[in-house]
Design a protein around this ligand. Sequence first.
Ligand code: ZN
Length: 178
Amino acid sequence: MAVCGLMFIFTITDKNKSMSQIIQPQHVAFLKEAIALSRQFTPENGCGPFGCVIVKEGQVVGKGWNTVLHDKNPTAHAEVNAIAEACKNLNDYQLQDCIAYCSAEPCPMCLGALYWARVKAVYFANTRKDTAGAGFDDDFIYEELNVIGDARDIPFYHVPVDDAKSAFEKWQAQGTKY
Ligand SMILES: [Zn+2]
């Protein structure tokens, strides 16, 4: 028990120390850029109150803001738009050496997008609770991740179909990897 206690204290102390190193002035500065993007919406431009910048080696390589209404595209979130711009600018489909700065905690879709992009860290200003307070569903969708299949608000039905795995088999035979 004593050993476990010591390990626990060490872990917490180590984490606290690294957090003070992790949040540095340049991170706040990039978050302020993301917040500035989040504020550029108007009733006319069809943007929403979210912004994101992608940074590589201290340089902004992609910017995005929410254009869901303008684009009539529910996936046009700030992070998705910023990832697309950064990938285009870097001519790559992944962003391993990049950091994402988001005006608000990414929703589950954008969390997935940031994982697919393989960014090395994500900083955000508003929390999912702050976003819920402004009337958005991010926090609700996070809760839905803990609900199984057809019990979700939007039911998900698993239907095993004979040929479903054939695409995976073809992919694996091809030998390509993401
Ligand atoms: Zn999102």
